[in-house]
Design a protein around this ligand. Sequence first.
Ligand code: PGA
Length: 255
Amino acid sequence: MRRKIVAGNWKMNKTVPEAVELSRRFRELFEADHLEVDVVLCPPFVHLVPVREVIEGSRIALGAQNLHWEERGAFTGEISAEMLLSSGCRFVIVGHSERRQYFGETDEVVNRKVRRALMSGLTPIVCVGETLDERKAGRTESVVERQVRGAFAGMGRDEIARTVIAYEPVWAIGTGVNATPEQAQEVQRFIRQLIEELAGRDVAAGLRIQYGGSVTPANARDLMSQPDVDGALVGGASLKADSFYEIVRAASLAS
Ligand code: PGA
């Protein structure tokens, strides 16, 4: 049985004091219950250390939203895996569609970042998903297949096993239009089959695949009740402690 994993992607939101307050409120809510769900907060870089101080000693893990693929050096403005680790991160989001769309991240860049994350002992949350035009043109599977193969190119089964995948249809991100549970399941089953081909049946059976794109407390349980939906990557609804907590609860109820 795969344990559900819910991650909050705060994107470029909140000041440091607001981030501290949000994580404090979330910790209070989360600790009042004993939910069997893995939870990850992914705030902006400058919030990592202050948020870590709030969640230290709890079962809430810390993640970043991006990293650079090189170990260190003259890359002004970039952040390395080692910096993230030493800030308390265990996870890092890689290849989010906003990075692909606005910052030119290609499958090759995503591959390098996934490798670096794994080499450093961080768990990458690898994002894939089609645009609306691609879906309309019947290309959802071919696009997702290219992204998955690209992200894991040249990697062995042990490496693939140490990742989390997030299926995030671009048309569902921040739009209020979530994929239906059936649409999410269809693509996520396809991704699992692909992983089976790349890394074998055991790895595919154990790998967690999140759904992301307009997840709310209202739709979270139905989405995560699907057999191949092992959690959620949550943007907007993770910016409020109550709604994020409700989604974590939904994950526990869907388990
Ligand atoms: P959303 O974002 O929940 O606001 O749609 C999800 C994401 O981009 O990870």
